[in-house]
Design a protein around this ligand. Structure first.
Ligand SMILES: Cc1cc2nc3c(=O)[nH]c(=O)nc-3n(C[C@H](O)[C@H](O)[C@H](O)COP(=O)(O)O)c2cc1C
Length: 360
């Protein structure tokens, strides 16, 4: 089963299943000399952890990370870094009913079609629990990027049809929905509450921005920065749409409205009047902030009765009981930030090999 590794130089491989003994990640290609502690990693894992509020799953995973290798006296040695996160709150018997029945919207059917065998407990490898490894690796990338003054943050931009109209960065981590507009909290929280009470779920949109971006990240043509970011984000379970800058809005606009006009240079960086391109031109960063958005579907696990079929094709009724996220958005923010940080760091490490000047 290939497809579990991500990145070219800072290469991560995640492993583990939702209800297995543990999950984790191996990072190959982390530069030596970085001071890292389990506390640095834990900070990010805690932001992703289940059970943070009534708007997320009530599963009580502690997600405590253990670093097994790659450090000496708290400093990276350039050897593979291995991190382990045990599973402590898996209730596998809730999934017994679905071992032969395909839950609508889940990967059950396609995994069975491809492999002929699947770990039905909690979705196995298709579960969002797999992303603990990505978030753990992303925490290391974040620390390296911080030293280069690159900062990535995400927020929930939309839940259902309700959109944030203001962006207050300081408010994001102070509210359980991770929205950026305080004025929309009650409306959005009530919407999630009402869908949860009716045994349903709701979708939304997340925006991610990176500031302090250098120009020159990303490569022509198949390794464009936007292509790599979309692969990173679309690889998160439940993502259904991705856009950079103005994204789908450009379809109804004129060139004169969309073009970002360059107005001068300051501290070696080109200044633009606008940032409609989201910081990328020709697949390469232009020094402007990176701006991307993605749409998340409503969780497929809903407690309403649904029709489905079993693995013999026989019609069945099913009801997915258990502890699920009524809206995926709040917990997806740190996962998306981690994926963006992994891409940016990988591009920076590649740039160090891009010209003779940099290696002589
Ligand atoms: C943070 C996060 C939490 C998730 N929690 C749930 C959940 O509780 N229930 C569920 O049905 N899907 C959940 N998902 C979505 C599934 O992981 C995803 O739908 C599944 O892997 C199938 O992949 P696909 O939707 O991309 O086809 C979650 C996704 C994310 C990013």
């Amino acid at each position: 089963m290939p497809g579990n590794s991500f990145g070219n130089i800072f290469k991560i491989t995640t492993w583990g299943e939702s209800h297995g003994k543990a999950l984790g990640v191996v990072i190959d290609g982390c530069p030596a000399g970085l001071k890292i502690s389990e506390k640095d990693i834990q900070l990010e894992l805690d932001r992703r952890m289940p059970g943070q509020s009534k708007y997320t799953t009530q599963r009580k995973e502690t997600d405590k990370v253990e670093i097994l290798s790659g450090l000496f006296n708290g400093v990276t040695t350039g050897t593979p870094i291995s991190m382990l996160i045990p599973n402590v709150d898996a209730i596998s018997k809730s999934y017994e009913n679905f071992k032969d029945i395909y839950r609508p919207g889940h990967a059950d059917l396609s995994y069975d079609e491809k492999y002929g065998i699947r770990d039905y407990r909690g979705g196995g490898r298709s579960s969002n629990r797999e992303t603990v490894g990505r978030v753990a690796a992303g925490a290391i990338a974040k620390k390296l990027l911080k030293a280069m003054k690159i900062k990535t943050f995400g927020f929930v931009q939309q839940i259902g049809n309700i959109k944030c109209e203001k962006i207050n960065i300081n408010y994001i981590e102070k509210n359980s929905l991770r929205i950026a507009d305080k004025g929309k909290f009650d409306e959005m929280a009530n919407l999630i509450d009402s869908v949860r009470k009716s045994g349903d779920s709701i979708g939304g949109v997340i925006e991610v921005r990176s500031t302090g971006m250098p120009a020159g990240l990303g490569s022509p043509v198949f390794e464009k920065l936007d292509a790599r970011l979309s692969s990173a984000i679309m690889g998160i379970g439940g993502v259904r749409g991705f856009e950079i800058g103005l994204g789908f809005q450009v379809a109804s606009m004129k060139g004169s409205e969309v073009n970002d006009i360059m107005v001068g240079k300051s501290k070696g960086k080109v200044k633009f009047r606008t940032n409609n391109a989201g910081g990328i031109l020709g697949g390469i960063s232009n020094g402007n902030d990176l701006i991307l958005r993605f749409a998340l579907k409503p969780s497929s696990s809903i407690s309403q009765k649904q029709d489905s079929i079993d693995n013999k094709g026989k019609q069945k009724k099913l009801q997915v009981k258990g502890r699920h996220d009524p809206c995926l958005c709040p917990r997806a923010v740190p996962i998306a930030e981690a994926m963006v940080n992994l891409v940016l760091l990988d591009c920076i490490l590649e740039n160090n090999l891009s010209t003779v000047k940099k290696i002589t």
